[in-house]
Ligand binder design. Structure first.
Ligand SMILES: NC(=O)c1ccc[n+]([C@@H]2O[C@H](COP(=O)([O-])OP(=O)(O)OC[C@H]3O[C@@H](n4cnc5c(N)ncnc54)[C@H](O)[C@@H]3O)[C@@H](O)[C@H]2O)c1
Ligand SMILES: O=c1ccn([C@@H]2O[C@H](COP(=O)(O)OP(=O)(O)O[C@H]3O[C@H](CO)[C@H](O)[C@H](O)[C@H]3O)[C@@H](O)[C@H]2O)c(=O)[nH]1
Length: 348
């Protein structure tokens, strides 16, 4: 009953490893450490360093650890990079997912959970978007993920494994116990960058476009706390293990915040003002992306626990501070005082 977490040394995967461990599950991580970090894998969790496309390594890992389920996070994630290097993205996200899936079938794996993305919807015409909306990705990244969803659907039908393809909206925040967080120095995500600006690690933050058809002219996104997201995966795994049907489900909160609202939250929670500059639109950014969340609630019984923008921002800020302390050799931050989370005012 061991769960293989691919990409378990990365941002979201490391939170899934924590959620599985906290639930008492046996876990093994497969990660090539291309954007991941060995120290995000907790002590006692085996880390197999290697490529998900390496069929022999995956077969040996599945057999050696008695793997019955795979949670597949490993991949390349930067949308503009996928436009510059589509073949690299199709290789890492699609071709290698195919190899992993083939090894899963050969190894008798029963359940497969896959990190999909709101990018499969492209430029949606409705907001919130539910899972029945047309999929029309506008980037190779989104297309590479949608093709993997299709491979999963067809492979599950042919070989009897069950799967969940979870379409994440904007993942942010960090483990409230300060054990993991977004650690990649060249990360491009708004809340991470704003937290760095607040802590003086970058001189300013840019707003990419203020002329969108939204109330304040900036893009709206549905920010989901990474620890809630990990819990949704755990529910999906339990659902499949209990004999539940395969599913495709959005992961978000069903509520969006604009770039300006996010910046205001980071300034409010940190108590620090930082320079904000106007910049041109970033190509390929839809004006608004908000998840329809009926399905994940109804199918998995998912109920958010950390769905306040200020909570997400507070945890992101604390993780940046934690990274700085590690760099400086200072004592780590104490785990989050949960009463502070409960007391955090709702933003908006
Ligand atoms: N971060 C988001 O907001 C977001 C949104 C939607 C979907 N996703 C998806 O979630 C997944 C995890 O994203 P993340 O933000 O944690 O990114 P990340 O870069 O922190 O994690 C990816 C991990 O996969 C590993 N990896 C990459 N290619 C590999 C390979 N070929 N073999 C073995 N290991 C490999 C990396 O070393 C890294 O540890 C990705 O599949 C991504 O597409 C992320
Ligand atoms: O310095 C910045 C960074 C971002 N933004 C804006 O903030 C919003 C959020 O941007 P992120 O880069 O944080 O996230 P994205 O919405 O672009 O991307 C996320 O959602 C995508 C789905 O559409 C993919 O899944 C991707 O992996 C995931 O990070 C966008 O409007 C972006 O233009 C800024 O204004 N300034």
């Amino acid at each position: 009953m061991t769960v293989l977490v691919t990409g378990g040394a990365g941002y979201i995967g490391s939170h899934m490893v924590l959620a599985l461990r906290d639930a008492g599950r046996a876990v093994v991580v497969l990660d090539d450490l291309s954007t991941g970090f060995r120290d995000l894998v907790p002590d006692g969790v085996p880390l197999v360093r290697g490529d998900i496309g390496d069929a022999d390594l995956v077969a040996a890992t599945l057999a050696g650890h008695g793997v019955t389920a795979i949670v597949h996070f490993a991949g390349s994630i930067v949308v503009p990079d996928s436009v510059k290097d589509p073949l690299g993205y199709y290789l890492n996200n699609t071709v290698k997912s195919r190899a992993l899936l083939a090894a899963a079938v050969a190894g008798g794996v029963k359940h497969f959970i896959f990190s999909s993305t709101a990018a499969v919807y492209g430029e949606p015409e409705t907001s919130p978007i539910d899972e029945t909306a047309a999929t029309a990705p506008i980037s190779p990244y989104g297309a590479s993920k949608l093709m993997t969803e299709w491979m999963l659907r067809d492979t599950a039908a042919a070989h009897g494994l069950t799967y969940a393809a979870l379409r994440y909206f904007n993942v942010a925040g960090a483990d409230p116990q300060r054990r993991a967080g977004q650690s990649f120095p060249r990360a491009t995500h708004l809340i991470k960058l704003a937290a760095q600006a607040a802590l003086g690690e970058r001189p300013y933050l840019e707003i990419f476009g203020e002329d969108y058809p939204t109330p304040d002219g900036t893009c709206i996104r549905d920010y989901v706390h990474v620890s809630d997201l990990a819990r949704a995966h755990l529910l999906a795994l339990e659902h499949l293990e209990a004999g539940g049907e395969s599913l495709v489900a959005n992961c978000g909160y069903g509520r969006g915040y604009s770039v300006r609202e996010v910046i205001a939250a980071v300034k409010r929670v940190s108590g620090i003002d930082f320079p904000v500059l106007k910049a041109a639109r970033r190509p390929g950014d839809p004006a608004a992306l908000v998840a329809g969340v009926t399905r994940i609630g109804a199918t998995l019984g998912f109920r958010p626990a950390l769905d306040h923008l200020d909570t997400i921002v507070a945890d992101a800020l604390a993780w940046e501070e934690q990274l700085r302390r590690r760099r400086d050799g200072a004592a780590p931050l104490a785990p989050q005082d949960e009463s502070r989370i409960a007391a955090a005012p709702a933003a908006g």
